[in-house]
Design a protein around this ligand. Structure first.
Ligand code: EAT
Length: 450
């Protein structure tokens, strides 16, 4: 074990109620919104090839020209209540909202810089409107904050000279001031989702970032902070020099999902996902593969089956309206969640071997297991391998408990559920009421007969 001052301060999952609620969210919404939504991935008719929210880094645009976009930011169609209703309808239990992305533009009237919504034609506090609207819908709010700030004169990619370190000291104070400001202005937020923490300048700030994390947690007990905020004194990120996760959950799953339970190392985690391959901010020309509702429902089930949350990104347009494609996806996912949310909310890894037809989830704290079925085999037989000493008491369709199954035992702890010929076109859920063996003075473990 390597002696560390600024590595992980906790081994294993948090067990407090706030984190237990976070663990059970299942499905969340990410919103990337800011000045980058105005150009929407193109400039003077020329398409930008990267992610739309990175357009400022494109050589094709003078930085000062991009920065002056704040004088044309006037989202007349912005309606936080409408956003929150869409999220509610989709079945999202939390939202992660960009307060400041890499470009440094603040969607709240920060006292520590002029580059904020206050100095735009719009003037009003967008972060407050979002927090209040989502609070009203009963959807918890996590604030996204990019440490990297291309607009701030004191930001540095690395610290090479004396001048760099003097400037970066000012930047560190500015960053701390903004974070304390956010936690003070919006006391109901449940956590912070940090980004832009990979540059050498920040990676060298192990002590400062560790102290700042401690200060934020003291200011807001229960605050949820992921593994992307800080590095340890050896520059190790996410996992410290002893391989222990820093922060409350792993934030490494950006546009990717773990494939097996071993990949998550017993930690909490969330996966943040774009509808196109890689566009977070609004891009008018969505190119390439656009994930369908069914694909996104499958990603949600897969994340929950491996103990994580799935967070789907929305990129509202420059006028503040959510694009129709995203509204449609929210409706499709929401329709499915209305029927099947029991298999997603407050569920976790079931401990059953993965099968080809789909995913197992388990209602936390119970022996109730769900089969979320995406791929019906030609045989119509859904294979189940139960963990040892686990029997299946009952099996039935979640959508219609009358439609039940008698598992056919095909070998030790292995069963088939035989589906009726059906024309299922949407994923569906089967409920398994299971029974753990009870040690009954050594009598042979009795399997419940259906
Ligand atoms: C959640 C996502 N994180 C940002 C981001 N910037 C990156 C630079 C390099 C590699 C991955 C990145 N992800 C994206 O702009 C988006 O905000």
């Amino acid at each position: 074990k390597i002696a560390l001052l600024h590595g992980a301060h906790r081994v294993g999952k948090r067990t407090d109620a706030t984190m237990e609620k976070w663990r059970g969210y299942g499905l969340g919404q990410f919103i990337h919104w800011g000045l980058y939504a105005i150009p929407g991935g193109a400039w003077n008719g020329k398409q930008y090839n990267g992610a739309a929210e990175w357009i400022r880094s494109w050589d094709g645009i003078p930085k000062s020209t991009y920065d002056s976009l704040n004088y044309s930011f006037n989202p007349t169609a912005f309606d936080a209540k409408a956003w929150a209703k869409t999220a509610k309808q989709m079945g999202a239990r939390y939202v992660t909202f960009t307060t400041k992305h890499h470009d440094g533009f603040c969607l709240w009237p920060s006292k520590y810089t002029k580059y904020t919504v206050k100095n735009s034609p719009y003037k009003k506090d967008i972060v407050k409107a979002v927090v209040d609207a989502y609070d009203q819908e009963g959807i918890d709010v996590i604030l996204y904050f990019s440490v990297m700030d291309w607009n701030h004169p004191d930001w540095r990619y690395d610290i090479k000279t004396k001048e760099d370190s003097i400037a970066f000291e000012r930047f560190k104070k500015f960053t701390r001031n903004q974070l304390i400001e956010l936690l003070t202005n919006y006391p109901t937020v449940k956590g912070l989702w940090f980004d832009g923490t990979w540059d050498k300048s920040w990676v060298k700030q192990a002590a400062f970032a560790d102290e700042l994390e401690t200060e934020m947690r003291r200011l807001r007990p229960g605050l949820i902070i992921g593994s992307r905020f800080r590095a340890d004194e050896n520059g190790k990120r996410h996992f410290d020099s002893n391989g222990v996760l820093m922060g409350d959950y792993e934030q490494g799953w950006e546009r990717k999902i773990p494939s097996k339970i071993e990949d998550v190392h017993g930690n909490d985690w969330d996966c943040v996902m774009t509808v196109p391959e890689n566009q977070w901010g609004y891009n008018a020309a969505w190119n390439g593969h656009l994930k369908t509702g069914t694909e996104l429902i499958e990603m949600t089930a897969r994340c929950v089956s491996l103990g994580g949350n799935f967070v789907l990104n929305f990129g509202p347009k420059g006028d503040g309206a959510i694009r129709q494609e995203e509204i449609k996806l929210a409706e499709e996912i929401g329709d499915w969640m209305k029927v099947n949310q029991e298999a997603i909310y407050n569920c976790e890894y079931a401990g059953f071997d993965k099968q080809d037809w789909g995913y197992f989830t388990r209602k936390t704290g119970t022996d109730k297991v769900y089969m979320v079925v995406f791929n019906v085999p030609l045989s119509g037989a859904l294979r189940i391998k139960t963990p040892s000493k686990t029997a299946i008491k009952k099996a039935y369709m979640l959508a219609d408990a009358e439609e039940s199954f008698v598992p056919e035992e095909i070998s030790a702890d292995e069963y088939f559920l035989h589906l009726k010929k059906s024309t299922n076109s949407k994923p569906f859920v089967i409920v398994l009421e299971t029974l753990k063996a009870t040690q009954d003075n050594g009598t042979k473990y009795e399997k419940a007969k259906i």
